[in-house]
Design a protein around this ligand. Structure first.
Ligand code: NAP
Length: 276
């Protein structure tokens, strides 16, 4: 049976084994998918050992996404743009890398939440790994404007600068901002900071929300509840990051197996499973 895994540190929280097992069942693919806890200084060795033992590919989670981008011998354009990689596929000619985080986010917002990003005003909070992977695909959806805001202005400026050519190609107005200095109102607000994970307050004023805006936190579970409440209290529709988790996994599954799994069904099943 073909073997895959998710590598990270920590990794025990990952829902990927559950999701990929269900994808395999529903598409009739024969594969095994496990978790690999990798020492902080042992990512490249972990990948080498898994590949040598017959592994076909892996997902990569914190804190190894940047290292994975450097390890990929054939990096997709999305990986090169983000400088981060969450999916590796082992081929005879070398290691192929893809970043499915941003495509998964856009799939969840557009397909599952039913909010088209084309022509809209977006606010992306954060400038870490999730924001780096999560800026390119929303730009490809041709919004009118994206403001990338971080508590460290330099980091927002660097992220925006690295995507300037794509913004130019898609005619989007892409601007950096410090979190406290965000001006204007937005149709879609994406919290890609670690604020919810840290139990901190929503890092931006509610005045950024247009009435009826979609406010999405990339976190899910109890840690996202404060953000979802904030969205509801200010007239927005709140969404957590579980849909992105399932959709980025579906993109990875397709990258490995060439088969598109029924992600909306698996998302509904996972929500029921987590509610038990
Ligand atoms: P990261 O690389 O560590 O980046 C964290 C970012 O959050 C940085 O920009 C940091 O700013 C900022 N930040 C941290 N605490 C903050 C606070 N209290 N207020 C404002 N900004 C704060 O982490 P990451 O990998 O990007 O992950 C970010 C979040 O996305 C996490 O909650 C993670 O669980 C989630 N995520 C979800 C998915 C999914 O599929 N749903 C995928 C990836 C990540 P500084 O640089 O100034 O410190």
């Amino acid at each position: 049976m073909d073997r895959y895994c998710v590598m990270g540190n920590p990794v025990e929280h990952s829902k990927s084994p559950w999701i990929h097992a269900r994808f395999a069942e529903l598409t009739g693919q024969r594969l095994e998918y496990g978790r690999q806890l990798v020492p902080l200084d042992g990512f490249a060795e972990g990948v080498r050992a898994f590949r040598a033992a017959g592994g076909k590919g892996c997902n990569v989670t914190v804190p190894f996404k940047f290292e994975a981008a450097r390890l990929a011998e054939f990096a997709s354009q999305r990986v090169r743009l983000a400088g981060a990689c969450n999916t590796l596929r082992f081929e005879a000619d070398g290691i192929h890398g893809e970043n499915t985080d941003g495509i998964g986010l856009v799939a969840d917002l557009q397909r599952n939440a039913g909010v088209s990003l084309g022509g809209r005003d977006l606010l992306l909070l954060g400038a870490g790994g999730a924001a780096a992977g999560g800026l390119g695909p929303p730009l490809e959806a041709r919004p009118r404007r994206i403001v990338g805001a971080s508590r460290t202005l330099d980091k927002a400026q660097a992220l925006v600068q690295s995507h300037a050519m794509l913004a130019n190609d898609t005619y989007a107005d892409l601007q950096p901002s410090a979190l406290h200095a965000v001006r204007g109102r937005f149709d879609v607000v994406i919290n890609a900071t670690a604020s919810s994970m840290a139990g901190a307050a929503v890092p931006v004023e509610a005045s950024v929300l247009k009435p009826g805006a979609l406010a999405c936190d990339l976190m899910y579970g109890p840690a996202a509840e404060g953000f979802l409440l904030w969205a509801r209290e200010h007239g927005a529709t709140g969404r957590d990051g579980l849909g992105m988790v399932v959709e980025q996994a579906a993109e990875a599954f397709q990258f490995w197996r060439g088969v598109r799994p029924p992600s909306a069904q698996v998302l509904a099943e996972l929500r029921r499973e987590l509610a038990k």
